[in-house]
Design a protein around this ligand. Sequence first.
Ligand code: IFM
Length: 475
Amino acid sequence: MTAVDARTGTPPTQLRFPDGFRWGTATAAYQIEGAAAEDGRTPSIWDTFSHTPGRVRNGDTGDVAADHYHRMRADVALMKRLGVSDYRFSVAWPRVQPTGRGPAHQKGLDFYRRLTDELLGAGIRPVATLYHWDLPQELEDAGGWPQRESADRFARYAQLTAEALGDRVATWTTLNEPWCAAFLGYASGEHAPGRTEPAAALRAAHHLNLAHGRAVQALRAALPPSAEISLTLNLHAVRPLTRSDADRDAARRIDALGNRIFLDPVFHGRLPQDLVRDTEALTDWSFVRDGDLRTAREPIDSLGVNYYAPTVVAAGTCPAPSPWPGAEAHVRFPRLPGPRTAMDWPVDAEGLYELLTGLRDRLPDVPLLVTENGAAYEDHVDPAGRVRDPERIAYLRAHLTAVHRAMARGADVRGYFLWSLLDNFEWAYGYGKRFGIVHVDFGTQRRTPKDSARWYADVIARGGPIACDTPGGDA
Ligand code: IFM
């Protein structure tokens, strides 16, 4: 941390977020819980995928993960020490409704009853996500998200979960990052279930929107009127490489496939017409039935935004299969110079500012939560038992500064959830990428708070970080 601003020579600015701003951490069930076959849990698409040779680096699976299922109390105690006000976790569908059909499974629900009791006892508000990618394998065997039935099944699961936990969970998110579920899962095949069927991916996206709307209806019926219902999207901060018409058209295509394919149905009850045109060689969209878009537009109380890096787009081509059905012949994603995280993602806090101020303009009446933001770096416990992660602190400081700046310009951001509390199973990358502010030794399950954990606790205690020197980064 600098004593004076490098450019102006003035003392650093202490940013203050408003009272009541929600300071949280986030995780997801398959990434941390482990206990994959315990207490009646059945396999999800991620169990199948991770056990398929060649799908996940190093053959890693979520069988044990961070063993949170057995260490939940200690993990909540860690969060209490951080001082977070909120904890965003996901409920494992195959734990609470094994096979995705039939009645609720009480033993599975009991884990989330214990977790939420523990959180409430620690003064932490539980924020439950219903779907963070663990579709019961039986539902994939029946066709998965490209099949309409999955939306019906999801609504029923939402109802069962809300009936069980609605007395203690006030904030609910239907889906996490449906873009990843649809396009990494069914178009590029990088994620479970690993299919490379671009037309099916577009069907999946529609059925995820429908599932969201049906789940909102089920949640409203099961929860008290005070419940907050939300959806989390990994919106793309799309930037054309240049202002040329060709690059701008490439950016338009990615904005349609990455953002408006969800925003337009959910907030306006319509499909983007340019998307329909762009994808006409793949589908006529006749799977969209009367009333579906009205259902998808069921009102919600806030929008969750996950942001890691911007998406810079130019006219060109990209190799298929890609997560961009119908766009491969029109777009490329140039690699820009500058700092990168261990995921090889650029560090660019300006993208978060652009995203939040863009949403202020696109959806002026919708409160926002930053439901994920964070970075992976190569972390090690040093001989003194300390994990020094200055790059992560710089990343977080820059992004929080961007959030603060967006709020000062009218973006209605109500909270920030750092991804992630713990090092965890980073999907197709396995355990090689560490996003946690708490280091996990996956051999011993020992937890070591990193320097960033202490830094975040300090930020929460002060109500904000020291601003970084430059708007877009921490140079
Ligand atoms: O780990 C993931 C998380 O599950 C969803 N959002 C992005 C994170 C980092 O890749």
